[in-house]
Design a protein. Structure first.
Length: 261
């Protein structure tokens, strides 16, 4: 049904039903938020007063702490330094995270789930965000806080942090496993591997997305879909790279004179 006038009877009845379901921000919402803020503030004050957090000795520029860890909210970035070049882990990846969060409103074409909580109507969006935040970001902070010990070595929970512990591990690059020794050949081989990942991964995600999110796929433009696919595959590449390093001791996949991936 199409309505040419905003004052038609069906529109007025619809507006009346919507208005009847509305709840005023004050006092119903803000009252609960103020109470929650007060309770959290009291908990933090009691916790900070009762927690034993003595000051350490003055900083000594001639003595480096082992393990030397960043603040907890940066431990995810410090953990990424194990798997990528410093400028990729410290500059490129955080920039992609920020840009990816900024473009979400512009590539999200699903009109459902606005103003109310739902899982069935926004499975892909909510699942992708939870995977990126909980599985990747929070897990890397957990690893950096509780798993990484002296020398940034891997210590399982319950293991003693032995400062004299020595582990003999040989990390190899993927081109070396295939016997590639030439520098330019390593660059070409790595480009093929990375390009193949984005190509095959894109085809797999495209098939899944078109099957389980057909309506969203039809609503998205080519630019929106390309941006979504690029950020999604880049996000999935992080746990793949972590698995290659931790399980198979593969350090780099793509080696060039300018950067290593």
């Amino acid at each position: 049904m199409t309505c040419s006038s905003g004052n038609s009877k069906p529109i007025r009845r619809w507006r009346k039903r919507i208005t009847a379901k509305r709840v005023h921000v004050w006092p119903f919402l803000l009252r609960v938020e103020f109470l929650a803020a007060i309770i959290v503030t009291i908990i933090l004050m009691v916790w900070s007063i009762t927690l034993n957090a003595p000051l350490e000795e003055p900083a000594n520029p001639n003595l480096t702490m082992n393990p030397a860890k960043a603040p907890w909210y940066f431990l995810g970035l410090q953990e990424m330094l194990v798997y990528f070049d410093p400028w990729i882990a410290g500059v490129v990846m955080p920039t992609l995270i920020i840009i990816g969060l900024m473009v979400i409103p512009y590539i999200d074409t699903n009109p459902l789930g606005c103003g109310y909580y739902t899982w069935k109507q926004r499975k892909f969006a909510i699942g992708t965000f939870l995977f990126g935040f909980i599985i990747l970001w929070v897990s890397m902070i957990f690893i950096g806080t509780f798993i990484r010990g002296p020398g940034w070595q891997w210590f399982w929970p319950g293991q003693t942090w032995d400062h004299n512990r020595l582990i003999y591990e040989v990390n190899r690059d993927l081109p070396d496993i295939f016997g590639i020794t030439s520098n330019w050949a390593k660059g070409v081989f790595g480009a093929i591997v990375v390009g193949g990942y984005f190509t095959l991964g894109g085809l797999a995600v495209n098939a899944f997305f078109r099957r389980h999110n057909a309506k969203d796929f039809k609503r998205m433009s080519l630019l929106q879909y390309s941006i979504m696919m690029t950020f999604f595959l880049t996000m999935v590449a992080l746990p793949i790279k972590m698995g290659l390093r931790l399980l198979f001791h593969i350090k780099y996949v793509w080696i060039t004179p300018w950067f290593n991936v």
